[in-house]
Design a protein around this ligand. Structure first.
Ligand code: CA
Length: 707
C-alpha cells in the first residue's frame, strides 16, 4: 500500500512538473479545449482561429484599449519587415516569430521579454523571397518551440530559455532559391516543415523530423523530378503520370508548401496545402498538359510513415499562381441532416471547398469571390470546369482572381456558434500575359508572365463585359459553409487582415493601422482602435487571472513592394514591428514615429552615362524594384528610396551591390546575377532620377546635354 501511494505521489509530481514547465502543450491539452490558452496557430487542433472567451463582448467592447506592446524589431536588418505569425499562448507566456525566423517569448501579462532567438540567417536569403522575409509562426510542444528559419533550418528551442536543442537542415539543394516562410506543424511524433520559393523555380516538398531527436523520418515530394531519376516514393511516381515526361524539370515545377496546416489526432491525418506551379504557363512547364499533381492540392498524410491517404487538387493544370496553401480549418458541421467531419479551405482560386476530412470526398465548392477561369466545380468528377477566359496562351486575358488570390495567407476563422467562416476576401482582376521567351534562372523570378501589363486593362478592353469587371474591391466576408452563400460582407476600411472569432465578435486588423471589432452575427462595426501600424496577422485571445486579452502582431510587409496601396499607414508612420495587446479598460495605443520626408540630396558631380539609363531602368525593374519599389515613391520606412542616395553611398555603389558590404542590413550581394556593366547601368539610371528629382525639388531648369 505504501509503495502504491509512493508511486501515485511520484506520478502526481511528474504531471505537476510537466504542467509547470514552460511551453508544455501535449495531445491532452490540445484535445481538451482550454479556453484561457491559445495552444496552436489556429487556437487548438481544429485550427478555427476561434476563442470561446466572452468577457469582452458586444456590450463592453467599447472599453477595449491598449494593455502592452513588445518591440519585435530584429537585428538582421535595420528595416522593419512584415509580421505574419499568429502567436501561441500557454501558461502565461506568448511564443511567436518574426522576420527571418526570429522567435520571441514574452510575458503575456506585461509584454516583458523572456528570451529572443536570433536564427543568424545569411541576409542573402532575403533575395530569394517573392513576398518579404516573413515567418508565419512557431509550433510549441512539450516544453519545446519549433521554428523554420528563412535559410532552411528547422530549429528546436528550449521553451524556458530559448537555447537551441537541435537545428536540422531541411534543404535538398542550396543552389536553388528555396526559403522557409511557413510554420512547422506537429503531427503524431513528428514535426513537419515545408518550404517557399515557387516563384523562383524550386521543387516543393515537406520533411518530417522526430519531435525529440530531430532525426529525419520522412520526406514527401509534392511534384515529380526528372524521370531519368527514380521517383523518391510511390506517390510522386504516380504524380509523374500527370506531367509531360518532357517537362521543364530544371525549373523545379513548384508546389511549395508554406501555409497553415492541420492535424486530426483522432483520424491521425496531417493536412497540408500545396502551392502553385513554376513557371505558371503549363505550355512552358509541361507542354503536353496534364493535371500536374500535386500542385495546388490538399494532401492528407499519415504522419507515422509519410504515406498519402488521400488528395484533392483544387486547380488541375494550374497556370495562374492559384496556391492552395491558405489556412485549413477543421470542423464538425451538419450537412444534409448529418454530422460531418469536414475540412474547409478558401484557396486563391476563388472557390470555397468543403471536404470530408476522413476520405477527401468533395462535399461542395462554390465561388466566394469573382472567378472567371472556371464556370463551376463538377461535384461528380470533383474537378473545375474551365473557361476560355482563363487561357492566356494565344492572347492576354482578363482573369479573376489575380495571382494574389481571392484569399491569401491571412487566416480565415470559423465561429461554431454562428456557423460562419470569416474571410479577408480580395476581388481583383488582372491581365495575364505570357512572356515570349522563357528561360529559367535560379535566382530570378521565373514565372514566365509579363508583370508590366498586370493592370493594363486597355489592352484587353474587348474582354470587359461589365463596367465593374476591372474595378478591384475587397471585403471582410462572412461565409456560410453549409449553404455556400455569403451571410454578410463589410467592404469599407481596408478589411484585409487575418481574422479572430469569439462567440459574439469578430476581430480584424487592417493595413490602414486599425484593429477593428465587428458583431459576428451582423457585421456591424462595434469598435476600432487606431494603432498607426499596418496589421496583416490574425489576432488571438487568451485569459490570465480572470482577465481576457486580445493580441496581434502588427507590422506591414509581405507581398511585393510594388503593389502596396496608397492607404497603407506606413506611408505616414514608421513601420515598427510589434506585438500589440488589448484589454478592457486599456488606454490609447502609443503611435510609432511619423515618417520623415527625406529631401533629395544633391547628386554627385560628374557626367551621367546617358547611353546606359534605359538599360539601367530594365535592370532596376528586374532586380531592385521588388524591394525598393518604383523610383520616387516614398517608402523610406520599409526600404531606402534609391533616388535619394547620399554622396557616400554613390561612392560605394559597386561595393554595396556587388561586394555585399551592407549584407547585414539585408542588402545582399548581386554578384552572381549582375555584371559590373549592369551595375553601372543601374547607377546611371538612379543618378538620372536623382538629378531630375533634385532639380524638381529645388526648381532648377535642366538642360540636357546631347554629347
Ligand atoms: Ca505563388
Amino acid at each position: 500500500m505504501k509503495k502504491i501511494l509512493h508511486v501515485l505521489l511520484v506520478l502526481l509530481l511528474a504531471i505537476n512538473c510537466k504542467q509547470s514547465r514552460p511551453g508544455w502543450i501535449d495531445k491532452d491539452r490540445l484535445l481538451n479545449r482550454q479556453p484561457e490558452e491559445w495552444l496552436a496557430l489556429g487556437g487548438n487542433y481544429l485550427m478555427q482561429h476561434f476563442s470561446p472567451l466572452e468577457q469582452i463582448n458586444r456590450d463592453n467592447v467599447r472599453d477595449l484599449g491598449f494593455a502592452w506592446e513588445y518591440d519585435a524589431h530584429n537585428t538582421v536588418s535595420n528595416v522593419h519587415r512584415g509580421l505574419e505569425a499568429t502567436p501561441i499562448v500557454v501558461d502565461g507566456i506568448m511564443y511567436t516569430s518574426g522576420a527571418w525566423g526570429f522567435v520571441y517569448a514574452v510575458d503575456a501579462r506585461t509584454g516583458k521579454e523572456k528570451w529572443r532567438y536570433n536564427p543568424l540567417v545569411d541576409a542573402s536569403y532575403g533575395r530569394r523571397v517573392c513576398c518579404d522575409v516573413v515567418n508565419r509562426g512557431v509550433a510549441v510542444w512539450e516544453g519545446r518551440v519549433y521554428v523554420g528559419t528563412l535559410d532552411g533550418y528547422l530549429a528546436c528551442l528550449d521553451a524556458k530559455t530559448g537555447t537551441e536543442i537541435w537545428k536540422k537542415d531541411s534543404f535538398t539543394d542550396r543552389t536553388k532559391s528555396y526559403t522557409i516562410t511557413g510554420p512547422p506543424q506537429v503531427a503524431g511524433n513528428v514535426v513537419i516543415i515545408g518550404n517557399s520559393g515557387g516563384e523562383f523555380g524550386v521543387r516543393g516538398y515537406i520533411t518530417a523530423f522526430d519531435l525529440k531527436s530531430g532525426e529525419q523520418k520522412w520526406r514527401f515530394f509534392i511534384v515529380p523530378g526528372d524521370p531519368k531519376n527514380d521517383p523518391e516514393h510511390v506517390e510522386v511516381g504516380l504524380a509523374a503520370r500527370t506531367w509531360d515526361p518532357n517537362s521543364n524539370w530544371e525549373a523545379g515545377g513548384g508546389g511549395t508548401s508554406w501555409g497553415e496546416s492541420a492535424y486530426d489526432p483522432e483520424l491521425n491525418l496531417l493536412y497540408v496545402g500545396t502551392g502553385n506551379s513554376t513557371p505558371y504557363p503549363i505550355w512552358y512547364r509541361s507542354p503536353n498538359g496534364g493535371d500536374n499533381l500535386y500542385l495546388c492540392s490538399i494532401l492528407a498524410i499519415n504522419p507515422d510513415n509519410g504515406k498519402l491517404v488521400w488528395h484533392y487538387q483544387t486547380t488541375p493544370g494550374e497556370i495562374w499562381d492559384y496556391t492552395s496553401t491558405m489556412n485549413i480549418v477543421l470542423a464538425d458541421i451538419q450537412i444534409d441532416g448529418a454530422q460531418r467531419k469536414v475540412l474547409m479551405q478558401a484557396p486563391k482560386n476563388g472557390f470555397f471547398y468543403v471536404l470530408d476530412r476522413a476520405t477527401g470526398k468533395l462535399l461542395s465548392a462554390e465561388k466566394y469571390t469573382r472567378a472567371n477561369w472556371a464556370s463551376h466545380v463538377d461535384l461528380k468528377t470533383g474537378k473545375p470546369v474551365k473557361t476560355e477566359q482563363g487561357w492566356y496562351k494565344d492572347e492576354p486575358k482578363l482573369v479573376m482572381p489575380t495571382l494574389s488570390g481571392g484569399h491569401n495567407w491571412q487566416p480565415m476563422s470559423f465561429n461554431p456558434l454562428t456557423g460562419l467562416v470569416y474571410i479577408p476576401e480580395h476581388n481583383l482582376p488582372m491581365v495575364y500575359k505570357q512572356v515570349e521567351h522563357y528561360n529559367w534562372k535560379p535566382d530570378q523570378y521565373s514565372t514566365a508572365i509579363d508583370y508590366n501589363v498586370l493592370f493594363d486593362f486597355k489592352s484587353i478592353r474587348h474582354q470587359v463585359k461589365d463596367s465593374t469587371d476591372t474595378i478591384p474591391s475587397e471585403s471582410l466576408l462572412a461565409w456560410n459553409p453549409v449553404t455556400q452563400k455569403a451571410a454578410w460582407k463589410v467592404t469599407d476600411g481596408a478589411p484585409d487582415g487575418g481574422t479572430l472569432s469569439t462567440p459574439g465578435l469578430l476581430f480584424q486588423g487592417t493595413r490602414t493601422g486599425y484593429l477593428k471589432v465587428y458583431d459576428a452575427h451582423t457585421g456591424e462595426k462595434l469598435k476600432e482602435i487606431f494603432t498607426g501600424t499596418g496589421i496583416m496577422a490574425a489576432p488571438v485571445s487568451y485569459s490570465l487571472d480572470g482577465e481576457q486579452y486580445i493580441s496581434v502582431m502588427a507590422g506591414y510587409g509581405g507581398a511585393p513592394m510594388c503593389c502596396y496601396p496608397q492607404d497603407a499607414v506606413f506611408h505616414k508612420y514608421e513601420n515598427v514591428g510589434r506585438i500589440l495587446t488589448f484589454k478592457l479598460g486599456g488606454i490609447a495605443t502609443p503611435l510609432p514615429p511619423l515618417v520623415k520626408e527625406i529631401a533629395t540630396p544633391a547628386p554627385p558631380d560628374g557626367e551621367i552615362r546617358r547611353d546606359l539609363v534605359s538599360k539601367g531602368f530594365l535592370q532596376y525593374d528586374s532586380y531592385c524594384a521588388a524591394c525598393h519599389g518604383n523610383i520616387g515613391s516614398n517608402r523610406s520606412s520599409l526600404h531606402p528610396d534609391l533616388s535619394k542616395l547620399s554622396e557616400a553611398k554613390h561612392k560605394l555603389f559597386k561595393e554595396i551591390v556587388l561586394g555585399g558590404i551592407l549584407s547585414q542590413n539585408g542588402m545582399a550581394s548581386f554578384s552572381n546575377s549582375l555584371s559590373v556593366e549592369d551595375v553601372e547601368a543601374i547607377h546611371a539610371y538612379l543618378l538620372d532620377a536623382q538629378t531630375k528629382s533634385y532639380a524638381k525639388e529645388s526648381s532648377i531648369v535642366l538642360t540636357e546635354k546631347t554629347n
